[in-house]
Ligand binder design. Structure first.
Ligand code: NOJ
Length: 566
């Protein structure tokens, strides 16, 4: 085998390292300052060199880009910003030739308001079949002037917008759990279900290896759409209802929002499971479901539903040995109970990058983004140390890991973005009260000496890149011992060589409360979350996130050793 062949029938996703590409910010081949599919194709060999197994592409479909492409107006075409369907074919062929699988995003909770389906619903008027595809309701109050219920948008403000009828008078309201440009479908509609089966088949026919399913905990809403007031801190995607027991939440407060995690979603995924199963080659469904606790989230990956779910409980765990041990145990148990692999993730395009997040000193910051006025901004050097240590721990764990573009370079959150450059709807819908997610979406640096650090063939980048990112550019780290990039490459090589992803976790005690140490097959992993150094056990050192002093592991560092038989 050449190492670039894709083998079938292997359930490859159980152990895969999946690299998230955010197309707007990965690589721009046409010089307009916006990343594109041709740019991605050109850079794929560098991802091969990194050692990943698959890529997940955030949406590149036709879209007005009001929510960076998560507002889709044609599910079966490529937005001209990113290229064409032919460019997608080239990208996928290039990836497959390199032995890299391709997962695309599907956005089934809502479309763009510019989608023909929604425009038809507006035109057809109340009571029509077209309106039944979305969540339209009459307003409350004498003249329908009040929204149908009190739900708030995840991005801030009301979750309802009133329409205007063709004669200019105010009409019904439509639900949008996100931006007003993202109307929620009504999944009770068989027509909607059939359209999405067709969308899945459209991409499966083109050869994609799977789908990351956006808002996989949404889609079905509780009958009657009852009022609900969420906890104050719901995370960036509004999830985590069950554990957010905070002041203001009483015993009477329902713990599950009537728009999240409703039982009816599972029927949809069972249906989609069958759609995928009709295709050869282990196609995968990965749930973006912000559901707490993990034992609940595991329902999304029961054997006849999805294959993976993002482990947001892990992402939300602070850099603390006891908490990490607890969430690792909980994850392996919850997913293991339903026969699914655990996944692990530290960063994505919706949260503060972990090289910043793990050193924030303020409270409850990650859900709302960080910016220049944030109190408790991180010490960059400490953040990077912790990020390297946390990634080294994550990549040693059994299961499948997700990486977010740029974390292999140790990129921190871009904190000092000028207000006028910001694009996240969260920023606008909260009048700048929440910074939102632009800081983790800044185009990544490839070459220190090039314009836009090699992100683009031109000088522009749709969000400005911090000047100090020159030092983090890929070409400054490639082949450089001690760099973050080399740490990732080395970890991915060892992970494969020692079959860590299909291994087990056996905790080792005796290192004190700030250390999480365990054995996975023939490798011992020691993660030191404290500031004080610890003495390493016997065994050759295979990898270390920081330079060792003799056999001493410094604070905020992780090492892998060859286990010595007792
Ligand atoms: C989750 C996506 O990851 C996020 O970027 C998007 O804004 C929302 N879903 C709405 O589609």
């Amino acid at each position: 085998m050449t190492g670039t062949e894709l083998t079938h029938g292997t359930e490859w996703w159980r152990t895969a390292v999946i690299y998230q590409i955010y197309p707007r910010s990965f690589a721009d081949a046409n010089g307009d300052g916006m990343g594109d599919l041709a740019g991605i194709s050109a850079r794929l060999p560098q991802l091969k060199d990194l050692g990943i197994d698959a890529i997940w592409l955030s949406p590149f479909y036709t879209s007005p880009q009001r929510d960076a492409g998560y507002d889709v107006s044609d599910y079966c075409d490529v937005d001209p910003l990113f290229g064409t369907l032919d460019d997608f074919e080239v990208l996928q062929r290039t990836a497959h030739d390199l032995g890299i699988r391709v997962i695309v995003d599907i956005v089934p909770n809502h479309s763009s308001s510019a989608h023909g389906w929604f425009q038809a619903a507006l035109a057809a008027g109340p009571g029509s079949d077209e309106r039944a595809r979305y969540t339209f309701r009459d307003g409350k109050g004498q003249n329908g002037e009040l929204p149908p219920n009190n739900w708030e948008s995840v991005f801030g403000g009301l979750a309802w917008t009133r329409t205007t009828d063709s004669d200019g008078t105010p009409g019904q309201w439509y639900l949008h759990l996100f931006d007003s440009s993202q109307p929620d479908f009504d999944w009770d509609s068989e027509w909607v279900r059939e359209q999405f089966r067709a969308v899945l088949r459209f991409w499966l026919d083109r050869g994609v290896d799977g789908f990351r399913v956006d808002v996989a905990h949404g889609m079905i809403k509780a009958p009657g759409l009852p009022d609900y007031t969420p906890p104050a801190e719901g995370g960036s995607m509004g999830g985590a209802p069950a554990s957010a027991l905070e002041p203001g939440i009483t015993a009477e407060t329902p713990l599950t929002a009537p728009y999240w995690a409703q039982d009816g979603v599972h029927e949809i995924y069972r249906d989609w499971h069958k759609v995928l199963a009709a295709y050869p080659g282990d196609r995968v469904l990965a749930a973006e479901a912000w559901v707490d606790p993990l034992s609940q989230m595991a329902k999304w990956v029961r054997p006849d539903e999805m294959h993976q779910a993002f482990n947001f409980a892990y992402l939300e765990t602070p850099w603390n040995a006891a908490r990490l041990k607890a969430v690792i145990d909980e994850s392996l148990e919850a997913f293991g109970n339903v026969g699914a692999p655990s996944t692990w993730v530290l960063s994505n395009h919706d949260v503060v990058r972990h090289a910043s997040r793990l050193a924030l000193t303020g409270e409850n910051l990650q859900g709302h983004g960080i910016g220049p006025k944030t109190v408790g901004l991180p010490d960059t050097a400490l953040g990077l140390r912790r990020a390297k240590a946390a990634s080294a721990l994550m990549l040693s764990l059994p299961g499948s890991s997700y990486l977010y573009q740029g974390e292999e370079l140790g990129l921190p959150e871009a904190v000092d973005l000028p207000d006028h450059a910001r694009e996240d709807p969260t920023w606008f819908r909260t009048n700048g009260e929440r910074y939102g997610r632009d800081g983790c979406r800044v185009p990544i640096p490839w070459e220190a000496a090039s314009e836009s650090f090699g992100f683009s063939t031109g000088a522009k980048s749709w969000l400005p890149q911090p000047a100090e990112w020159a030092g983090l550019a890929r070409d400054q780290q490639d082949g450089v011992a001690g760099s973050t990039l080399e740490l990732y490459k080395h970890a991915l090589t060892l992970r494969r060589e020692h079959s860590l992803a299909s291994g087990t976790v056996e905790w080792i005690d005796g290192f004190g409360p700030e250390v999480a140490a365990y054995r996975n097959g023939d490798v011992t992993v020691v993660a030191n979350t404290g500031a004080a150094s610890v003495q390493l056990p016997a065994g050759d050192v295979l990898l270390s996130s920081e330079e060792l002093v003799g056999r001493t592991l410094p604070g905020d560092a992780t090492a892998w050793l060859r286990s010595v038989e007792a």
